[in-house]
Design a protein around this ligand. Structure first.
Ligand code: TPP
Ligand code: MG
Length: 349
C-alpha cells in the first residue's frame, strides 16, 4: 500500500462544479400480476403470511404490555417492546432474497426484522439443516420447550421454534435465543444470519461495518445489512461507520485479491419519527434521507428511496443492490419508507 498519494495542483485547483446525479425515489412500478413470472404463487402468499405473522406477534406484545394478558393468559412483561406495527413489508421484502450468509444488524425496533429473516431462512434451508440447528443451538434448550407442543413438519416446527425463541428472549426467559440475557433490544440468532439488534441508537451503524469488513478481509460469502432508524442518522457512530465504509482505499489501494467496495447496505428504516421528534421538518435538514448518499461518494452510495410499504419494491431493490455489491461497487445506502402506527413504545400514547 503506498504511503503517499500525489496531489496535483493543476488538477485540484481547476475551476468547475461538483455534479450530482438524480437520486431515484420510489421508482418501482411492478404489480403482483407483472411479477408473476419472477415469483411462484406460493412465494407471494408467503410474503403476505410473514407480514401477518409479524403483525400478530407484535399485536400480542402490545396487548401483553398494555393489559398484562393475551388470549386470557395473564402475563406481566416488565421489559421493553418497541413495536414495528406498520413496518412489516419493509422487513419481509428485505429478507426475501437473503440467505443465512447475509447478516443483518438492527436497532431497538427489530423484532419484525428478526422474524422476517428467520422465516426466510426456514423457507430456504433443507429440513436436515434446520433440524441440526434446532438440536445443537444452546444444546437444544429452546427446542426442548417447543417440542412439547409443536407438531407437524420440520419446517412448521422451525417456525414455532423461531417465534418461541424470539418471544422467550424478549421476555428474558432462559429458553430464549440468548438465554434471556439480550431481551427485546439485543436479540439475535446467528444460525439464520440474524445478528444483534441494539438499544444504543446508532450503535449498529459502526458495528455492522466491522462485520462487513470481516467478510471482505476473509472472503466470506454474503452481504451485511444494517437496519437503522432515520433518527439514528443524527448519531455519531453512524457517521463514523459511513465514513469507514466508504473509504477510497478499498477500491484504490487494497491488494487485487481484496480490492472493491465493502459488501454493505446501510438501510435506514425511515418511519419519520425519532421518538417524539420528526427528522424531516424538525430535527434534521436532509428533507429526503436518500440525499445523504450524494455527500459521501461520487457514486452517491447508489442511494435510493424505496417504498417500504410494498414488499415487492423492497425485494426488487435488494436484488439490484446485491448485484452492485457483487460487482465490487458497494457500499449502498437505502432510504426505505415506512411508518409506525403505534407509539414509540406501548407506554407512549
Ligand atoms: C444513544 C441513544 N440516545 C438516545 C436513546 C433514546 N432513544 C431510544 S429510541 C430513540 C429514537 C430513535 O429513532 P430512530 O432511529 O428513527 O428509530 P425508531 O424509533 O423510529 O425506530 C431514542 C432517541 C438511545 N436509546 N440511545
Ligand atoms: Mg425513526
Amino acid at each position: 500500500m503506498p504511503k503517499s498519494l500525489p496531489i496535483h495542483p493543476d488538477d485540484v485547483r481547476k475551476p468547475g462544479f461538483v455534479e450530482f446525479d438524480p437520486i431515484p425515489l420510489c421508482q418501482y412500478n411492478g404489480t403482483v400480476k407483472s411479477e408473476l413470472g419472477k415469483y411462484t404463487a406460493e412465494a407471494l402468499v408467503n410474503i403476505y403470511r410473514d407480514m401477518v405473522i409479524i403483525r400478530t406477534f407484535e399485536l400480542m406484545l402490545d396487548e401483553v404490555k398494555k393489559k398484562a394478558q393475551y388470549g386470557g393468559i395473564p402475563y406481566d412483561h416488565r421489559g421493553p417492546a418497541h413495536l414495528s406495527i406498520g413496518q412489516e413489508a419493509s422487513a419481509v421484502g428485505q429478507a426475501f432474497l437473503l440467505s443465512v450468509d447475509d447478516h443483518i444488524f438492527g436497532s431497538h425496533r427489530s423484532h419484525g426484522e428478526i422474524l422476517a429473516k428467520g422465516l426466510s431462512a426456514i423457507e430456504k434451508l433443507d429440513e436436515g439443516t434446520l433440524e441440526g440447528i434446532m438440536k445443537s443451538y444452546l444444546d437444544g434448550a429452546t427446542l426442548a420447550v417447543v417440542e412439547k407442543a409443536a407438531k407437524g413438519t420440520v419446517r412448521s416446527v422451525a417456525m414455532d421454534y423461531l417465534l418461541y425463541g424470539t418471544l422467550a428472549e424478549i421476555f428474558g426467559r432462559e429458553a430464549g435465543f440468548n438465554m434471556g440475557m439480550g431481551g427485546s433490544m439485543h436479540a439475535f440468532f446467528t444460525p439464520f444470519g440474524v445478528f444483534p439488534n441494539n438499544a444504543i441508537v446508532g450503535g449498529s451503524g459502526d458495528i455492522s461495518v466491522g462485520a462487513a469488513l470481516y467478510k471482505k478481509v476473509n472472503h466470506k460469502p454474503g452481504i451485511v445489512i444494517c437496519n437503522i432508524g432515520d433518527g439514528a442518522l443524527g448519531c455519531g457512530p453512524v457517521w463514523e461507520g459511513l465514513c469507514f465504509a466508504t473509504m477510497d482505499q478499498f477500491k484504490t489501494l487494497w491488494d487485487e485479491a481484496h480490492r472493491g467496495g465493502l459488501p454493505y447496505i446501510i438501510n435506514f428504516v425511515n418511519n419519520f419519527y425519532g421518538m417524539g421528534g420528526q427528522p424531516v421538518g424538525e430535527t434534521m435538514g436532509f428533507n429526503v434521507l436518500a440525499r445523504v448518499g450524494a455527500g459521501l461518494t461520487p457514486d452517491q452510495m447508489h442511494a435510493e428511496r424505496v417504498d417500504g410499504y410494498n414488499p415487492l419494491a423492497v425485494v426488487d431493490a435488494i436484488a439490484r443492490k446485491k448485484q452492485i455489491i457483487e460487482a465490487g461497487d458497494g457500499p449502498v445506502l437505502l432510504d426505505t419508507l415506512t411508518y409506525r402506527y403505534t407509539g414509540h413504545s406501548p407506554s407512549d400514547a
